[in-house]
Design a protein around this ligand. Structure first.
Ligand SMILES: Cc1cc2nc3c(=O)[nH]c(=O)nc-3n(C[C@H](O)[C@H](O)[C@H](O)COP(=O)(O)OP(=O)(O)OC[C@H]3O[C@@H](n4cnc5c(N)ncnc54)[C@H](O)[C@@H]3O)c2cc1C
Length: 112
């Protein structure tokens, strides 16, 4: 079967998630090309590396009132399943869910 070519302009969260969803299609019927005008992907949500320090220049936490959106991010990036570097350094103890987001965080996210 000939694949349907899809061209997406911009490799920010919207472009990347659109490409990801299309490539998940069971029939594999899409060929996806993402065009990005800069050298990096991530759009205004990208993380930059400045002198060895990684910094989020825009979004650093995903929140939405839409459960479908939150489930998508949870599928793609299960949140904190073990202590972060900062948590260890600052002796912060958090209740962690193996490989996933805590329900308390989910409620905070949806309240935003
Ligand atoms: C300071 C700040 C904090 C934020 N905090 C959060 C947060 O905590 N949580 C959250 O969920 N959201 C947050 N946001 C919002 C979030 O960053 C944006 O909603 C999200 O990045 C939008 O994604 P996007 O793909 O639509 O656009 P963008 O991120 O703007 O990506 C668009 C991409 O398209 C490229 N592009 C544009 N025109 C062309 C072209 N003609 N040809 C090729 N490429 C092109 C751009 O270079 C860019 O890479 C924050 C934003 C800012 C600025």
């Amino acid at each position: 079967m000939k694949k349907q070519k899809v061209v997406i302009i911009g490799a920010g969260p919207a472009g990347l998630t659109t490409g990801y969803e299309l490539l998940k299609d069971e029939d594999k019927k899409y060929e996806v090309v993402i065009l990005e005008e800069t050298e990096e992907i991530g759009g205004i949500s990208k993380t930059i590396n400045y002198k060895g320090n990684r910094m989020d220049i825009g979004g650093h936490r995903f929140f939405s009132k839409n459960n479908e959106v939150m489930e998508f991010w949870e599928e793609l990036m299960p949140l904190q399943g073990k202590d972060s570097f900062d948590d260890k350094k600052l002796h912060r103890h958090k209740k962690l869910k193996k490989g996933g987001v805590r329900s308390r965080d989910r409620k905070q996210c949806n309240a935003s």
